[in-house]
Design a protein around this ligand. Sequence first.
Ligand code: FAD
Length: 261
Amino acid sequence: MKSVQPEVFLISRPQIDYQALAAYLEEVGGQSWLERLDRGDLDDAQNLAEFAGKLCYRAWEPGLNPNIVRVRNDQQAYLENILRMAHGSVLEHVTFGFVLHNVSRVVTHELVRHRPGVAISQESLRFVRLTDIPFWFPDWAREDPELISRATDLLGQMEEFQRWMAEHFELDTPGVPFTEKKHKTSFMRRLAPDGVATGIMWSANVRALRHTIEARTDPGAEEEIRMVFGMIGELMRTEAPALFGDYTVTDGAWIPRWRKV
Ligand SMILES: Cc1cc2nc3c(=O)[nH]c(=O)nc-3n(C[C@H](O)[C@H](O)[C@H](O)COP(=O)(O)OP(=O)(O)OC[C@H]3O[C@@H](n4cnc5c(N)ncnc54)[C@H](O)[C@@H]3O)c2cc1C
């Protein structure tokens, strides 16, 4: 049994093609907005959200839409207003990709319940054989020596049983067809615990992220997914403070000022 710790890797973020954006803005007369933007590595997410919002009302500058006599020039204030008004579709353009590494199937099973605005690719234990059983113990469990001793014994037996089955089914004998390996590997995973650590790639747009960070850090949520979504919340607050800066964190629960955008 390998003791592991769940980790979150943020591996993709939005990128704007500013040349194409400039070409579009020239068509509609919004170049002055583009000139005001910061364009550092971490600015694209917020710039994209602002762009999508301003496109809706042609609010690049006063006068382009005769119905608009003033526009918000401050991005922080503009995006806060998007959140306040629950103008959520704007946030759906802004997508981030995460690898959740060494999370249990408890976490992945709960995660996939969130459907709109996400993409999921999960490590297949039908194809990937378990040669050991990586497992996370929460701190409170680690402090209980008898629990850890019994759990470690049990996991050790399960691990040994996985190895025994692989030998018994002769999976490593040259010439065993892959379909046979897949068939038996799929059977073998049934005899691994729900807590076995695995991996999943999870991409989500900002609207889905805001909802899931709140739902899955709620005090009623499961402890491992709470921890994972606390990490995601921290990452997002650094990535896009104007889109995630309204949360207050109390005892690990991320509570947004602007709910259900
Ligand atoms: C603390 C906690 C305990 C839970 N316990 C259980 C449990 O015991 N058993 C169990 O089966 N599940 C449980 N769940 C899962 C829960 O029932 C939901 O499936 C899960 O939270 C995803 O729902 P969501 O509202 O967050 O929707 P998401 O899929 O994240 O969608 C976001 C929002 O989009 C809208 N939406 C999405 N899909 C639809 C749709 N088809 N129709 C209309 N509107 C839609 C809704 O407004 C929804 O809130 C639990 C969840 C939590 C947070």
